[in-house]
Design a protein around this ligand. Structure first.
Ligand code: BES
Ligand code: MN
Ligand code: ZN
Length: 502
């Protein structure tokens, strides 16, 4: 990963390849953001003018390079847009993260760059650092033809004022851990399903657990059969790659709260016998994004030493059609004994999650948060950048949405309308895995609710939209796996450690 440090040196005096300044949209063209003062001086006070002549406006996403004048040790000045100018010069963390992300992407192939962004306090230092490290991400494991592109920027120096220097160490550590773990999730999501199947995913969890002192337990197909995990087995039985349930536990001696995170880990979703039509299959390696986020978040909690217990449950299976696959109309006996009629084998996520949620509930956590690329309906409802949050407790749901916002993720509260439950009534089993088409994301949430033990706070995050980015990169978000929900889960763990979640 790109190296990261904080410095109080002036932007003009640092020996770097490029120095990055912020520009914003003013009433009469681009204005320089705080942090750029010494760079502007080296341009004889005409930097904003030069940038305007080059077409810069200060809009978000903008990146304009200018050769550095004598007086700057850097060779190049890169101006990145912060969006609308802030009157007080204080830019929000997301504007800083995105601008730093754009800078890191633009500077791929460069050795060392200084970020002279408005890094007022530790929150801004952390935002610039996180955006930079996330923007520098590249997935090149499968490039052998020399098209690796440029190497990620080698080193980023975040320039901080005196206030930013205070607590800078903690800010850099948090940014390093969050970026490292989001990038772990991105790597897992981007790894194609011929290499990432339940067994290799479980091995990746074991390796991460070994490195960061977590207890990892893996149930293989035999153990799953012995334990009667009918949901996970039913989804996985059509595949040559058998399913797994992985438990990843982080404990802290001073913890007062225990959280359970449950992740949907369908390493490939073909739809099964209810096969997806062409055009809906190509990105379905991303259907384990929930499990990737859960693993990453538990590792992050450990690396940050949070005073909370966090148990991650990865429900891993490959959903394939074959002679041994579950048929539409089959009835599965889930972990815990309830029965589900599988009317559509493409509604498989809720089946593996149900087993894992029941298992997680047995340990009596204070809260269960599940994360899943669960429904196309949620993408239709909220678009590709926002995930839906559902819970049977409005106050808990709102706290999760609020935590997401503070963590820099777009989330929105969704209801669980009781009248949608009867659509899942089955003629033969306790419940069917499909209900009304309208409100399909909420129907899925209502299905999961049935498997949450009484007395445990529960929230469901449907990340089908933001988990995998198919468009061009923007801000610190690359093509492919995004690391969606990692920061929200870590924020929840931090809130729980502070006694502020439940
Ligand atoms: N993995 C899909 C949901 C999905 C869609 C994720 C688009 C990411 C992008 C899920 O397993 C699925 O197939 N859901 C069905 C449910 C339906 C059959 C009730 C859906 O949304 O169509
Ligand atoms: Mn599916
Ligand atoms: Zn799926």
């Amino acid at each position: 990963m790109t190296a990261l440090s904080v410095s109080t040196s002036s932007a003009a005096s640092l020996r770097v390849d490029a120095v990055v300044v912020g520009i914003a949209k003013g009433d009469k063209g681009p204005v320089l953001a705080p942090g750029a003062e010494s760079v502007a001086e080296a341009f004889g006070g005409r930097l904003a003018e030069v940038l305007a002549t080059l077409g810069a406006t200060g809009a978000e996403g903008e990146a304009v390079k200018v050769p550095a004048p004598a007086g700057l040790k850097a060779g190049v000045v890169l101006a990145v847009g912060l969006g609308d100018a802030a009157e007080d010069g204080a830019y929000g963390p997301e504007a800083l993260r995105r601008a730093a992300g754009v800078a890191a992407r633009t500077l791929a192939g460069t050795g060392k760059a200084a970020l002279a962004l408005p890094a007022v306090g530790p929150a801004e230092v952390e935002a610039a650092a996180l955006g930079g490290l996330l923007g520098a991400y590249a997935f090149t494991a499968y490039r052998t033809d020399g098209r690796n592109g440029k190497a990620p920027v080698g080193e980023l120096v975040v320039l901080a004022g005196r206030k930013g220097q205070k607590d800078a160490k903690a800010a850099v550590e948090r940014a390093t851990v969050l970026a490292g773990e989001m990038n772990r999730a991105r790597d897992l999501v981007n790894t194609p399903s011929n290499d990432l199947h339940p067994k290799s995913f479980a091995a990746a969890a074991q390796a991460a657990g070994k490195e960061y002192g977590l207890k990892v337990e893996v149930l293989d197909e035999k153990a799953l059969a012995k334990g009667s995990y009918g949901g996970i087995l039913g989804v996985g039985q059509g595949s040559a790659n058998p399913p797994r349930l992985v438990k990843v536990a982080y404990t802290h001696p001073k913890a007062k709260t225990t959280l359970a995170f449950v992740g949907k880990g369908i390493t490939y979703d073909s739809g099964g016998i209810s096969l997806k039509p062409a055009g809906h299959n190509e990105t379905m390696k991303c259907d384990m994004s929930g499990a990737a986020a859960v693993l990453a978040a538990v590792v992050a909690a450990s690396r940050l030493g949070l005073a909370v217990n966090v148990t991650g449950w990865l429900a891993l299976a490959e959903n394939m059609p074959s002679g041994s696959a579950t048929r539409p109309g089959d009835v599965l006996r889930m972990y815990g004994g309830r029965t589900v009629e599988v009317l559509n084998t493409d509604a498989e996520g809720r089946l593996v999650l149900a087993d894992a949620i029941v298992r997680a509930g047995e340990e009596g956590p204070d809260a269960i948060v599940d994360v899943a690329t669960l429904t196309g309906a949620m993408v239709l409802a909220l678009g590709t950048r926002t995930f839906g949050v559902m819970s049977d407790r409005d106050a808990f749901r709102d706290r999760v949405v609020d935590a997401a916002g503070r963590a820099g993720e777009q989330a929105w509260p969704m209801p669980l309308p009781a009248e949608l439950r009867k659509g899942m009534d089955s003629a033969v089993a306790d419940i069917a895995n499909m209900g009304e088409r309208m409100g399909g994301g909420l129907v899925a949430g209502l299905f999961l609710k049935e498997f949450v033990a009484e007395g445990i706070a529960w929230a469901h995050l449907d990340i089908a939209g933001p988990a995998f980015h198919e468009g061009q990169p923007y801000g610190y978000t690359p093509k492919g796996g995004t690391g969606s929900a990692v920061r929200t889960l870590v924020q929840l763990a931090e809130d729980a450690a502070a006694g502020a979640l439940l």
